[in-house]
Design a protein around this ligand. Structure first.
Ligand code: AMP
Length: 218
């Protein structure tokens, strides 16, 4: 199964991605995670990407397309994959289509996470990530057992630089102008599955299972 998760920042894509990956046995490919890891490691990719990311801007298409094309060629993607945070522009979506066409493959579904802007701001302002392992928490809805300490590895929790209010505002603007047009792009291809992304993690996941239940080969 080949899936794309589409939705604004803070829509809960990453949280649901872990559950989807486990249930359907497909790798979770998050361009945001790949880029954050490159920044952490200080690679040349990370150095190029950091400035855009901290400001809430998109990293240039050619860089991100290169990352994804290389990643989906890995053997663990032979039976499918799930892209989280990619594509984010029409140029990226067309590049993905082109790459899949070359391999005589296609996307099975695009899950479009729907959540209103007030809720997004509330979620992002509470989001914290572990500086060591990248695990994601929310001080309002999903706190750690010990304050500011990761439950999984004991690392320190931090706010992502691009979760600071000014960068969040910019990311939402960028989402609206650059990424939202993809909703129509995929609607026209008849593979868009709108998912109401409010409620508990379990409720949202069961909507996803239902949406994927119809006509998607495993
Ligand atoms: P995310 O974790 O998906 O919210 O991504 C964090 C940041 O990484 C974004 O705000 C962008 O700066 C960058 N990024 C992630 N995915 C992409 C993409 N597909 N195209 C351009 N920039 C991206």
């Amino acid at each position: 199964m080949r899936l794309v998760l589409l939705g604004p920042p803070g829509a809960g894509k990453g949280t649901q991605a872990l559950l989807i990956s486990e249930k359907y046995g497909i790798p979770h490919i998050s361009t945001g995670d790949i880029l954050r890891e490159a920044v952490k490691q200080g690679t040349s990719l990370g150095q190029k990407a950091q400035e855009y990311m901290n400001k809430g801007e998109l990293v240039p298409d050619e860089i991100v397309i290169g990352i994804v094309v290389e990643r989906i060629q890995q053997p663990d993607c032979n039976n499918g994959f799930m892209l989280d945070g990619f594509p984010r522009t029409v140029v990226q979506a067309e590049a993905l289509d082109e790459e899949l066409r070359k391999r005589k493959q296609e996307l099975d579904a695009v899950l479009s996470f729907e959540v209103d802007e007030d809720e997004i701001v509330r979620r992002i302002s509470g989001r914290r990530i572990c500086e060591k392992c990248g695990a994601v928490y929310n001080i309002n809805t999903e706190p750690t057992t010990k304050k500011e300490v990761c439950d999984q590895c004991g690392g320190k929790l931090i706010t992502r630089p691009d979760d600071e209010p000014e960068a969040v505002r910019r990311r939402l603007q960028v989402y609206k102008s650059q990424t939202e047009p993809l909703i129509n792009y995929y609607k026209q291809k008849s593979i868009l599955k709108p998912i109401k992304a409010v409620g508990t993690v379990e409720e949202i996941f069961s909507r996803i299972e239902k949406a994927l239940g119809e006509g998607v080969p495993s």
